[in-house]
Design a protein around this ligand. Structure first.
Ligand code: HEM
Length: 489
């Protein structure tokens, strides 16, 4: 691939080139065999303004750069002399302003990040973009479980373990082939992993919780077995709390656990359980006969059945489902934290989960901003580039302000996490984390809505809506034209 070089005029005469070829970003693609399968149709490719021409501008008006990587096998040569190539930065830092947090931007300083954090970020970025991203795209489209080879590689580098955060479960593990030591690993490394994994553009892929309650409250033998099974990527786990009736009201769950000889019999159903379709272990909140909440680790087996639920944020790659529990026997040793109130066990990890969700949301918004910024500088409407519109620039300004303020707040909280004990964190950070999550996710809704406006029809998959701003502006301009000249206040 790309072994041959072509001068623009020589391409058509080259013996190995089929009838239909184009130049995109200085690369020559032979589309003869692909054209009839092209999702955008054969006609557009055969158009005399496209076929046999440099189609770079038309291509980038309709596709993401990633399409070229997926179809790299169609490339038969490179254009000479090479023009300025398009920057797609896979595995490295983006040069787009505000596309990276300040600590990764040239010229900035940070009190939080050390050289080992930077080393770690570079390695995780490369891994995510080269290994995880392609798999996540395929799985998200097809609604599949992350592929076992990717999980195996994540397990080998102990990424699955690091995603759970600092703690005893990391003891004895070599992190990222040893580029950082166990002593160095802290909440900032976890923040880096969380934010870098948001770059896969597939919200549901590899989602799911359930292990922290096991780490904190299971009996040692059970804990060690489950930690090993899940962190090796072999047997996933999920947190089964919500129900059709109860939503996330833990106290209101109806899934019944009845005490029997040697353990419990469980009957009921859980709903919206992320990762349940792929899970082997289910950390399940149940109501005992005395009305108290008990948390049981249930293993997939007799009486356990899962059926998929499609959510609006993901295809079934998130593995979201119903969990039907019919007369399932659970041994006594599978009860978590016997003696602790079940509610406390479930709520114990909520602060940390909220911090993870806020981190991911902020990183996701940054990616949205980067895409919007690229689009407004390349997209021309009525002969003018989109960024020339003040209303568009205002949206971008608001996005940057939200993202930068949230990231600074997040890093402050993360620093506190590296200094405070678990007890101090529960005491001092619960409120801060709750506010940050509220602020970040509300901001995310505005950022998402504004980005759809900026992208217009391209921001939607099933419908095509002219941007509201454009419609609003059209209406006001028409009203201004119709304003009677004699009207005064
Ligand atoms: C190497 C060359 C090309 C490849 C591999 C390719 C591939 C694709 C793919 C995979 C899609 C589906 C949407 C997506 O994943 O983004 C698509 C859509 C489309 N393509 Fe291409 N394409 C190529 C060149 C072109 C060119 C030169 C044009 C000419 C203008 C074109 C016009 C379109 C159109 C109109 C759509 C539909 C877009 C939509 O529905 O929003 N493509 N193409």
């Amino acid at each position: 691939m790309a072994g041959k070089v072509f001068s623009r005029n020589a391409v058509a005469q080259h013996a190995s080139v089929g009838d239909l070829w184009v130049i995109i970003d200085a690369r020559v693609f032979d589309l003869s065999s692909f054209a009839s399968a092209h999702p955008g149709g054969l006609g557009v490719l055969a158009d005399p303004e496209i076929a046999g021409q440099d189609a770079t501008a038309s291509f980038f008006a309709l596709h993401r750069a990633e399409v070229l990587r997926r179809y790299a096998h169609l490339q038969i040569g490179t254009q000479i002399p090479p023009p300025l190539r398009i920057e797609t930065h896979v595995g490295s830092l983006s040069a787009v302003p505000y596309a990276e947090p300040t600590w990764l931007s040239p010229g900035y300083h940070s009190p939080y990040y050390k050289a080992h954090h930077r080393r770690f970020q570079a390695a995780i970025r490369k891994f995510v973009e080269e290994i995880v991203y392609p798999d996540a795209q395929v799985c998200e489209r097809g609604g599949d479980k992350p592929s076992q080879e990717v999980l195996d590689e994540m397990a080998r580098l102990n990424i699955i373990a690091m995603r759970v955060g600092p703690g005893k479960h990391l003891e004895g593990r070599v992190l990222m082939d040893g580029i950082i030591s166990l002593e160095q690993f802290d909440a900032f490394h976890e923040l880096i992993i969380t934010q870098e994994f948001s770059r896969i553009h597939a919200r549901g892929y590899g989602d799911g919780l359930g292990l922290p309650p096991v780490i904190n409250f299971a009996q040692p033998a059970l804990r060690d077995r489950i930690v090993e099974d899940t962190l090796s990527g072999k047997k996933p786990i999920c947190l089964a709390v919500t129900e059709a009736f109860a939503g996330s009201d833990v106290q209101g769950v109806r899934c019944r656990a009845t005490k029997v000889e040697g353990g419990w019999r469980v009957n009921g159903a859980k709903k919206w359980i992320t990762n349940s379709m792929w899970a082997h272990y289910f950390t399940t909140a149940c109501k005992a006969d005395n009305g108290e909440i008990v948390v049981l680790v249930i293993e997939r087996g007799e009486g356990v059945r899962t059926t998929p639920i499609k959510t609006s944020y993901s295809s079934s790659a998130a593995g979201t489902g119903y969990v039907h529990l019919d007369n399932v026997f659970v041994p006594q040793g599978h009860q978590l934290g016997a003696g602790h109130p079940g509610l406390h066990i479930i709520l114990h990890n909520f602060n940390h989960e909220r911090w993870v969700l806020a981190s991911a949301s902020i990183a996701g918004q940054r990616i949205i901003f980067e895409e919007c910024f690229k689009w407004v500088t390349q997209r021309e409407v009525f002969g003018r580039v989109l960024s020339s519109q003040p209303v568009v620039r205002q949206k971008l300004a608001a996005m940057i302000s939200r993202i930068e303020s949230c990231q600074s707040w997040l890093e402050n909280i993360t620093f506190q996490m590296t200094r405070m004990s678990a007890k101090e964190q529960a005491q001092h950070l619960a409120g801060q984390v709750a506010f940050l999550k509220m602020h970040a996710t509300r901001g995310a809704q505005v950022t998402a809505a504004d980005s759809v406006q900026i992208f217009g029809g391209r921001g939607l998959t099933q419908t095509d809506t002219p941007a509201e701003d454009v419609l609003g502006d059209l209406g006001v301009r028409q009203a201004l034209r119709n304003m009677p000249p004699q009207v005064r206040l």
